[in-house]
Write a protein that binds this ligand. Sequence first.
Ligand code: PFF
Length: 454
Amino acid sequence: MDRKRELFGGRGAAILAMAGSAIGLGNIWRFPYMVGQTGGAAFIILYLVCCLLLSLPIFLAEAVIGHRTHAGTFGALEQLAPGTKWKWLGLLTVLSPLVILSYYSVVGGWSMDYLWRSLTAGFHADAIGTVSSEFGGFIASPWAPLLCHTLFLGGCAWIVSAGVKSGIEKFNKVTMPLLFVLIVVIMGYSLTLPGSSAGVSYMLKPDFSKITPSAVAAAMGQSFFSLSLGVGTILTYASYVHEKENILVTGLGTVGFDLLFALIAGFAIMPAVFAAGIEPGAGPGLIFETLPYIFAKMGASAPWLSSLVAVLFFVTIVFAAFTSAISMFEVGVAYLVEQKGLSRRRATLLIFACTWALGALCSLSFGPLSGVKLFGLSIFSFCDMLTSNFLMTFGGLLFVLFVGWKMDRKAVRDEFTCGGTARFNCAVFDAFWLLLRYIAPPAIVIIFITNFLA
Ligand code: PFF
């Protein structure tokens, strides 16, 4: 182990950082719209089952590799399986978070613009179509979204270049508790709106006819995205956790916070959607079209309150996006520092330059580059589809196979049980081992095929 390697300050800091990676646009934007599109409470039940039975073991598998080796993705696999082809998994998981970061930063930039709008002019519209065409016009105009993408990515670079403790840890320690307070306040407000109870029942009453194979695949894909699985971010953050810390406790804490946040975000958004009399299945336009329309509608009767809620909402989104984006950024930086000997500053600049360029193409694919198609998709949608449907699932499968079938069982058990001393963890380990070896791999393959055929 490299003695000079920075570590997180303690268990709390590690959980906050990992939860920071997990909690992001996936919880506030993707989860509520998928709940809306895939049948409300039925989707939530599927999602909980997927998180506990599949995503948690995969999360722990990644964390075990990072914590055991105290190295980034490439170095960790080289250490555990020197001179084998597993190093390609290390390389793949350096590249895939950077592809995600490129388009994630574009959406992070849009959120910054919407935060600015809510602080200045606010939202005014008498029909949802007006808000949608305003949003469409904004993302197609080349310069403003590019500028926002640059500012968002620049912010990430600034935090990451400050280091693991003084940059990433410090930022997450301040931001994560704030995010929880904000989302609870927004939920409280949303639940008091007249007509919001229909949204609450939608979130609580399952319609089991909605449970189809594609809903299962969607729930699984969402839990992968939300827990940042299969792309090495959890592995890299776990490598900064002190060796005395127990990885099971850190993992359970992180997954628990991520689930809680997604549910609160659902209860913050769905009741407001129903209160405004809008269809819940609005899809990806939810936060940039449906919600601004709701803010505009509320603004007619209570302008002051509506502006305040809009500002709080977009602050939550922007900061949640930052805490996730810096985890993806860090994977590339850790690789360049540890494997290529670059200084953290240079590594940060290089990652900034590459992800900025790909992100710029993604951003322009809504405007001047809209005619460029890859497998029939725009550059943005291609990067999203490639990573969410394939690379994350593929990476997750390989991590699970590596820990379950290649790593020494005793080494994995020691990570869980503090060398066999924690009795409760020993029982949990047996269940984890079973899920990891026999349940997770075929389940991931089935989901992979379902996504492929979709
Ligand atoms: N988990 C993040 C979210 O829910 O927004 C997204 C994400 C972060 C995906 C980090 C992948 C990753 F490596």
